[in-house]
Design a protein around this ligand. Structure first.
Ligand code: ATP
Length: 330
């Protein structure tokens, strides 16, 4: 159903991700190109509830494409999880004349968007903005490539120390319940192993397998990328270092948790281009009468994915990546 959209609102929500500014810029400039008004909503859903609205022009997004974080700021907003909070948000949108919303965020943010669109008659377009790369229906999310490069940079530095001592370094990276960051940064940094939630679930003892493989190798030091994901108390770098102390005392283990430095920094060229294409596509989608879809990228083509699918389906990790790491780390 096509409708005449005069004013769009843009918000960023959840964890910030490099490339969000490039997306905001692309959405703003494409909307202005089509003579739509643009309202920047500050601090995600919180700003929608508290009417933190800023009128955006093309120049509002000048000199932002290279900046990390998000100029709209972001927040985690408990109130939006309640029906009253969403009602307030809707009333504020009506009052401000916002008739469509573009939400840039991760799984949680798009879950909120889906609920909001079900309750109220608002066209919403989602953009996958998260370093975790855990949204179904898109090969990559905005921020993932930048975070991956940051992690690889850090691991390269830790490698110098690891090579100077005979140690196992467990490096914990983000990813929530997904192992994309851990697996691919392990391949890119030449690490010895990755421990990720997608590899066999809790039935497989990935640490024991790694030690077993190591016995056949001539290396004295090792770097293991560990996903932050926890299942039933199992997971995270500290957990595995503790097990080394108790079960394999012949090894010396060290832990590095990369934490928030993974989110910061300038976006890579890949993320800037991805965010620009997705932001442009978000407005094109609205003009075509699309609603409640997430913009994704598949085999370098922009695709529309129903938000309901993007948030509910588990995105599988390519098993070939696991085989590649196992073989190449010999
Ligand atoms: P990241 O992947 O970077 O952590 P995210 O979007 O998954 O980002 P969340 O903290 O899960 O981050 O969600 C961001 C916000 O989205 C929440 O603070 C809340 O305002 C909204 N949200 C999340 N889940 C829901 C829900 N079930 N109903 C309504 N709103 C939600």
């Amino acid at each position: 159903m096509e409708r005449n959209i005069k004013t769009i609102g843009i918000l960023t929500s959840g964890g910030d991700a490099p490339g969000m500014n490039a997306a905001i810029r692309a959405i703003t400039r494409t909307a202005r190109f089509h003579d739509m008004n643009v309202v920047g909503i500050m601090r995600g859903y919180q700003g929608l509830i508290e009417k933190e609205f800023v009128r955006f022009t093309s120049s509002s997004v000048s000199n932002t494409i290279q900046r990390g974080g998000t100029i709209l700021k972001t927040a985690r907003c408990k109130e939006f999880m309640t029906a009253e909070g969403r009602k307030k948000a809707y009333e504020n949108m009506l009052e401000a004349g916002i008739d469509a919303l573009v939400v840039i965020g991760g799984n949680g943010s798009l879950t909120g968007a889906q609920l909001f669109a079900r309750e109220y008659d608002i066209p919403i377009i989602g953009l996958p903005g998260t370093i975790d790369n855990d949204l179904y229906g898109t090969d990559s999310t905005i921020g993932y490539d930048s975070a991956l490069n940051t992690i690889v940079d850090c691991v390269d530095k830790i490698r110098d120390t690891a090579n100077s001592h005979d140690r196992i370094f467990f490096i914990e990276v983000m990813g929530r319940d997904a192992g994309f960051l851990a697996q691919n940064s392990a391949i890119a940094s030449g690490a010895e192993a990755a421990i990720i939630p997608e590899n066999g679930g809790t039935d497989v003892d990935q640490l024991a397998e790694f030690i077993e493989r190591g016995k056949r190798k001539s290396k004295n030091s090792a770097i293991v990328l560990v996903s932050e994901a926890h299942k039933n108390g199992v997971g995270g770098a500290m957990y595995y270092a503790e097990r080394i102390k108790n079960e394999y005392p012949q090894f010396d283990a060290r832990v590095t948790i990369l934490g928030h430095l993974q989110r910061g920094g300038t976006p890579t060229a890949y993320d800037r281009i991805l965010a620009s294409r997705m932001g442009y596509a978000a407005i094109e989608a609205l003009l075509e009468g699309q609603r409640n879809v997430m913009i994704g990228i598949k085999n370098d083509e922009i695709v529309y994915v129903p938000i309901s699918r993007a948030i509910k389906m588990d995105k599988p990790i390519n098993q070939e990546l696991i085989a590649v790491l196992n073989v190449l780390s010999m």
